[in-house]
Design a protein around this ligand. Structure first.
Ligand code: FAD
Length: 364
């Protein structure tokens, strides 16, 4: 029997498994799909910051700051230990937000981020890609990005190297609980026991936890993304305008996303989104007219109210924890979130106040 059983092998489950293993626990991960991290964590853009970060409550800013600080070292360590490079790149981001400049500047001072307001000529010097910038843009030079599929691949390899058991094709269908404790979880591949259990099941958490006395409020919100095949260095920096952003990868591939759709658990891509994203991307960056669209995909964000995740022990089941509901920011929030749930599980002093992430905490 293992000490800890994590249900769900997305970025949240994998980073939680790593953090607990580093603390000396014996961990097992159960993943429903034939491979881990093929859902939201694979589909996401990998920007290591919330979009328009000043719009979020302190509970998000605190976890985001932890992610901002921790990612360079996590990625460097994973690369060294596994040979797989998650391609953490401090590419910086331009943000168009004319109405919110004062708010953004004071938020950045409070949370200690570099930010400046750049004129059109300064932007043209910083970003070689020919585009038609407005008079002014906010510039955050220290914001990084990771390449999600590589990050999760490196995490899976790292966990295997550390002896973590990762069962795929093992969907948890039900729990056996008695006297306020989970005794085992049931999958078609058999039942699994552990001392403690953690739900890291992303957008599916509400569905699964429904079988328990209280469950978190998490719904799926679909996001579609396009990948253009460009040349390295054609676009150097990320840019966000009206909730649509461009992310240039090291090998020249260029991501453009993303939609925000209430479509239940439907993960299909749609011709309408493809057309909207392609048109907007090429309008903003005319060079993309010469770049073929290589891929178009969709993922389901796990949306908790106000985007504030549940990182908490279950109030009625003493050996069950939840780490889910990170909505649009699961990649940037994952390291802080994994640390917090690990601190709670091991009874350590928490480095971040857990109150806002409780099951019954007010959200937005
Ligand atoms: C288009 C798009 C762009 C995004 N861009 C960014 C960004 O730039 N920056 C950022 O920080 N965030 C971004 N996000 C959000 C981020 O990707 C998510 O918040 C994050 O991936 C959630 O991670 P997760 O592990 O909770 O969920 P998931 O990655 O969905 O993982 C949950 C896992 O649980 C498994 N599972 C579910 N039910 C069961 C069960 N019953 N038994 C066993 N396993 C189960 C699933 O198969 C899945 O593998 C984006 C998301 C999308 C869709």
């Amino acid at each position: 029997m293992c000490d800890l059983l994590i249900i769900g092998g997305g970025i949240i489950g994998l980073l939680t498994a790593r953090e607990l293993t580093l603390a000396g626990a014996k961990v097992m991960v159960l993943e429903r799909n034939t491979a881990p991290a093929r859902e939201s964590s694979w589909a996401g853009g990998g920007i290591i910051s919330p979009l328009y970060p000043w719009r979020y409550p302190d509970s998000i800013a605190r976890l985001a700051r932890a992610g901002h600080d921790l990612y360079p070292e996590i990625c460097q360590q994973l690369h060294a230990d596994t040979g797989i490079d998650p391609q953490y790149t401090r590419s910086g981001i331009f943000i168009r937000a004319e109405e919110e400049q004062d708010q953004a500047l004071s938020w950045a001072v409070r949370w200690n981020y570099r930010i400046s307001l750049e004129s059109r000529s300064a932007i043209a010097r910083l970003e070689p890609a020919r585009f038609n910038p407005p008079e002014q843009l906010l510039w955050m030079p220290d914001i990084g990005q990771v390449r999600n599929p590589r990050l999760v691949k490196a995490l899976v390899q790292d966990l295997k190297n550390r002896g973590v058991l990762l069962h795929t094709s093992a969907p948890v269908m039900d729990f056996r609980h008695e006297a306020g404790r989970i005794r085992e979880v049931k999958t078609p591949a058999g039942s699994f026991q552990a001392d403690q259990f953690i739900l890291c099941t992303g957008a599916w958490t509400g569905e699964l936890a429904h079988k328990l006395p209280s469950s978190p409020d998490i719904r799926p919100v679909r996001g579609q993304m396009l990948l253009f095949k460009g040349q390295p260095g054609q676009i150097r920096h990320m840019m966000l305008e009206e909730n649509r952003y461009v992310i240039p990868r090291q090998d020249g591939r260029i991501l453009f996303g993303s939609t925000l759709e209430e479509a239940g658990f439907d993960q299909s891509t749609t011709p309408a989104a493809r057309q909207e994203l392609a048109q907007l991307a090429r309008q903003r960056f005319p060079l993309l007219k010469d770049c073929p669209i290589e891929k178009h995909w969709a993922g389901l964000r796990p949306a908790a109210p106000a985007g504030v995740p549940y990182i908490t022990g279950h109030p009625h089941i003493e050996n069950l924890y939840i780490n889910a509901g990170h909505y649009r920011n699961g990649v940037v929030l994952a390291p802080g979130s994994a640390r917090l749930v690990t601190d709670l599980l091991l009874g350590r002093k928490t480095r971040i106040d857990p109150t806002p992430y409780a099951l019954d905490a007010p959200r937005g």
